[in-house]
Design a protein around this ligand. Structure first.
Ligand SMILES: Cc1cc2nc3c(=O)[nH]c(=O)nc-3n(C[C@H](O)[C@H](O)[C@H](O)COP(=O)(O)OP(=O)(O)OC[C@H]3O[C@@H](n4cnc5c(N)ncnc54)[C@H](O)[C@@H]3O)c2cc1C
Length: 393
């Protein structure tokens, strides 16, 4: 939408083909219906949020930055604000405000919009693209593929762009669900569904080797785990991997010493009273005590070394085995896509087919939660529209 508006503002004739009965359905559900459109973090933090794609993404985002996005939307009467966690949302807290403002711009700038037009085939002939939907065909000198990924297919994003890109000679990297919750085997924390932990530390293990340590908020769900620390790293998870949860965010040896010290001093107090000082939910303490073979009434003086060690292990290294990473139906974005090696990051133009551009999630770019995915869609859309305008002068 942004690319078509910018192209039309630049004096070009722009046609927007949309499969659905209205564009922007994914924006409407983004950020829980509030649309977390960007992030006010430093540019370095910003670029690190795209995993190994920092360099490619940096080319468009440095130029069409979060500040520029903010101004662009303010100019079309959408005020944005950064919240305490630096996430940027419309001040109204409503994603519909963003979509309505874009639709108004489409109309005002005379972008021709064809709804319920699912692009099936694209061919380049005599310096023109021939684009076919089920019933119509269109010709254009430049073409932007902005079909999104393949997550949430019910919203229109069923991965068509990958097929279209392949047919035009582009390579695809492996497609995987990202920003996805996980399911775990024998979910012994299931009764804690809904409980969240601030800044939990999660160790990721595969074949008895630690492959990563991640920190962030964690949510227990009815069938597994979610929350930013899980969503942001789900692209690295596989069935059978083990996650060790440190629910206290304190190093194991430090907590062990602390617990030893406080239980030795407080002989008559219950162990439960000591553990509860760390502000843990009662349900969690009950569950962990059961697993460690400690009764809720047990006095500190009665705590055996084995029980103490087990308690420390469960609180700082609780192991859960991943049984599944949620699939494309529930993942928020797609990792993988059109290879960025074949696309110019400054202009978004294909290095293989002149006049062909790729923007947004259809590319092999995925960001963590926090407004990074929508910002990249905006920045890459702007870059493509400006490049087309320049090449048409
Ligand atoms: C539940 C949810 C919440 C999210 N929340 C956030 C958030 O708060 N912040 C954030 O930054 N990101 C968020 N995301 C991710 C973000 O919405 C996407 O990364 C972003 O919308 C991608 O933009 P895009 O322009 O590349 O594609 P999309 O927004 O997916 O748009 C692609 C469009 O192309 C159309 N299309 C597809 N195939 C065809 C075809 N063959 N012919 C014609 N039209 C076609 C689709 O119908 C769709 O309208 C969220 C995603 C989900 C699912």
């Amino acid at each position: 939408m942004v690319a078509s508006i910018e192209a039309a503002k630049g004096g070009l004739k722009a046609l927007l083909l949309e499969k659905n009965d209205r564009p922007g359905k994914k924006i409407l559900v983004s950020g829980g219906g509030q649309c977390n459109i960007s992030n006010a973090g430093s540019i370095d933090h910003f670029l690190r949020s795209y995993h190994e794609k920092e360099k490619f993404v940096g080319k468009s985002i440095r130029k069409y930055s979060p500040d520029l996005l903010k101004k662009w939307f303010e100019d079309i009467d959408v005020s944005l604000e950064a919240r305490d966690d630096l996430k940027i949302f419309p001040k109204t807290g409503r994603a519909s405000g963003i979509v309505n403002a874009l639709l108004k711009q489409i109309e005002q700038n005379k972008v021709e919009m064809q709804l319920r037009s699912s692009v099936q085939h694209i061919k380049k002939e005599h310096n023109q693209f021939l684009v076919r939907t089920g019933t119509q065909h269109f010709l254009g000198r430049n073409l932007i593929i902005a079909t999104g990924g393949k997550s949430y297919p019910a919203l229109g994003t069923s991965g068509d762009g990958y097929r279209l890109a392949s047919a035009l000679g582009h390579s695809l990297t492996e497609l995987r669900p990202a920003l996805a919750a996980i399911e775990v085997r024998s979910h012994c924390l299931m009764e804690l569904a809904g409980v969240s932990f601030k800044k939990a530390i999660v160790e990721h293990w595969r074949n008895e080797k630690k492959t990563g340590t991640y920190k962030g908020d964690l949510l227990i769900t009815h069938d597994g785990l979610s929350g930013p620390v899980i969503l942001n790293h789900s692209r690295y998870f596989e069935e059978g991997d083990i996650l060790k949860l440190n629910l206290l965010s304190i190093q194991t040896d430090i907590y062990e010493r602390k617990l030893l010290e406080s239980t030795s001093k407080a002989g008559k107090k219950t162990v439960k009273n000591i553990v509860a000082e760390d502000d843990l939910p009662n349900r969690l303490i009950e569950r962990i005590f059961l697993m460690a073979g400690i009764s809720m009434q047990q006095k500190c003086a009665e705590l055996t070394k084995e029980q103490r060690k087990k308690l420390v292990q469960l609180l700082t290294s609780f192991p859960l085995t991943i049984s599944a990473v949620k699939g494309f139906d529930e993942a928020m974005v797609t990792a993988g896509g059109v290879s960025t090696n074949e696309v110019n990051g400054n202009t978004m133009e294909s290095k293989l087919v002149s006049g062909l551009y790729f923007v947004g999630e259809v590319l092999d770019v995925d960001g963590i939660t926090g407004g990074f995915n929508l910002q990249f869609s905006f920045s890459s859309g702007m870059a493509a529209a400006k490049a087309i305008k320049k090449s048409s002068q």
